[in-house]
Write a protein that binds this ligand. Structure first.
Ligand SMILES: Cc1ncc(COP(=O)(O)O)c(C=O)c1O
Length: 460
């Protein structure tokens, strides 16, 4: 029985990344979520679901997290929002200081915006304008990883290389140079055969051609300005995971060529990969720009940040009449409610020792999901911190994918709902990305639900 919310939705709403003909088809009953508690979401029929992808990779400490709720309420009693153009407030600067400290980039400046796309859009424009103002206007070329996804604004799409999402917009986008994605499972340079139970990143047989040949070649371009990538895990690409050491090698090459390193930590930031930020796994990586969003407010409110090096920031300083100002910003920049949520999030990390606590959950996720190797249609099970990706294939030996139109991943995730799990696939890659507050029992139930769904759709 369609509820009032479902009827209004059908009549008036257009959903992101959703084929609305399917959504509005007779018989499709949307899940109307009305409550949350920790890792659990409840719909308007009273059914409970585990939030298996942390509400599209945003939520960290769970829904209705007391500390964050209280921080927002306290801020609400003082000030919800005021302009950040030519003014400031007493929350955003404190958050900026905490962010650069957590990132170990104390001299970087923080530019606030609203979501992952705007954080990346700002980063790209900063690079472009800084080059012009430094007298390096010929350095216009962005290099970025194949299959990369940096959001849906026009600049962020230009830096992205998602065949499906970006295809139709190509004529609208500026040119960027695609660099081979160093994801070992499908890397053309990896000479190892697929092996059940083994992580392709560790059993790979190659000579680091991803850096030594592919990136090196791209960096020869005289106009190369910045290298843009999601460090360690390329999320929307299908949780493509990079081999240990890639970033360190890539960053060193970029530095040697004077090419700026722009890291998109929108997904990987705030503990998802085990460290606070993914670039902190690699020694000596000093990004010039870092984009943060999603987990910044622990999944509560849309706040994003772009951290910029002094070298880039200083390129914008000058007389007003020189027009070196970064003429870019948004109405809700520095939003006090969002910044209060983000500060409470960072406080939780410090006081609750979130990163240390997460280690147990990471180990459990790895142990429990190892069973997926038993399924003949599972080609790869890869894990990084609290991200687990299970790639379904038609043929294990050749890594051949299922035909796109079969929507196998989608069907598995639809079936998982019946077992009380909400998650969203990326093509035929199933994703488990639990909130950090998930209990061991809840985690086991998530894995069990996904397994049951898989064997329903692809029987053993
Ligand atoms: C790595 C990465 N960058 C940018 C974005 C865009 O973020 P938003 O959806 O908040 O605009 C996403 C979203 O999934 C992402 O995964």
């Amino acid at each position: 029985m369609a509820t009032n919310a479902a009827k209004l939705d059908r009549a008036h709403v257009w959903h992101p990344f959703t084929q609305m003909r399917d959504w509005n088809a007779p018989g499709h009953e949307p899940v109307v979520l009305v409550e949350g508690d920790g890792a659990v979401l409840r719909d308007d029929q009273g059914r409970e679901y585990l939030d298996g992808n942390s509400s599209i990779w945003t939520n960290l400490h769970g829904h209705r997290c007391r500390e964050i709720d209280e921080a927002i309420r306290a801020q609400l009693d003082r000030l919800a929002h005021s302009s950040f153009l030519g003014l400031t407030n007493d929350v955003a600067p404190a958050l900026a200081a905490e962010l650069v400290e957590a990132a170990g980039l104390p001299a970087h400046k923080v530019f606030f915006s609203d979501d992952g796309s705007t954080a990346m859009e700002a980063a790209l424009k900063m690079v472009f304008q800084a080059r012009v103002q430094r007298g390096e206007a010929e350095r216009t070329l962005f290099l970025s990883l194949g299959h990369g996804y940096h959001g849906d604004t026009v600049g962020a799409m230009s830096a992205g290389h998602s065949a499906i999402f970006h295809r139709v917009y190509r004529p609208l986008l500026f040119e960027t140079r695609e660099v081979l994605s160093p994801a070992c499972y499908r890397c053309p340079y990896n000479r190892a055969q697929p092996e059940r139970g083994s992580d392709a990143r560790r059993t790979r047989v190659c000579d680091w051609e991803c850096v030594n040949v592919e990136l090196d070649r791209a960096l020869q371009e005289k106009s190369a300005s910045a290298f843009v990538l999601e460090p360690r895990v390329q999320g929307a690409a299908g949780m493509r995971m990079h081999p240990e050491g890639y970033l360190e090698k890539a960053a060193a090459l970029c530095r040697a060529r004077g090419v700026w390193l722009v890291l998109d930590e929108v997904l990987t930031g705030f503990g998802r990969t085990g460290t606070m930020f993914a670039f902190q796994h690699d020694a000596g990586v000093q990004p010039d720009l870092v984009a943060l969003a999603k987990g910044l407010t622990a999944g509560y409110l849309p706040v994003a940040a772009t951290l910029a090096s002094p070298e880039i920031f200083d390129a914008f300083l000058g007389e007003y009449s020189e027009l070196k100002t970064f003429f870019h910003g948004h109405s809700y920049t520095g939003n006090a409610l969002g910044c209060a949520a983000a500060r409470a999030n960072l406080r939780l990390f410090r006081e609750e020792k979130t990163l240390e606590k997460n280690m147990t959950l990471c180990e459990l996720l790895a142990a429990e999901t190892a069973r997926f190797w038993e399924h003949p249609q599972v080609g790869d099970v890869r894990k990084e911190g609290l991200i687990c990706a299970i790639e379904l294939v038609r043929d294990f030996a050749t890594r051949e994918a299922f035909p796109f139109a079969e929507r196998v991943g989608h069907r598995v995730c639809e079936a998982a709902r019946q077992h009380g799990l909400l998650t969203r696939p990326i093509g035929d890659v199933l994703v488990l990305m639990p909130p950090y507050c998930t209990t061991p029992t809840q985690l086991r139930r998530m894995v069990e639900a996904l397994w049951l769904a898989l064997v329903e759709v692809l029987p053993l």
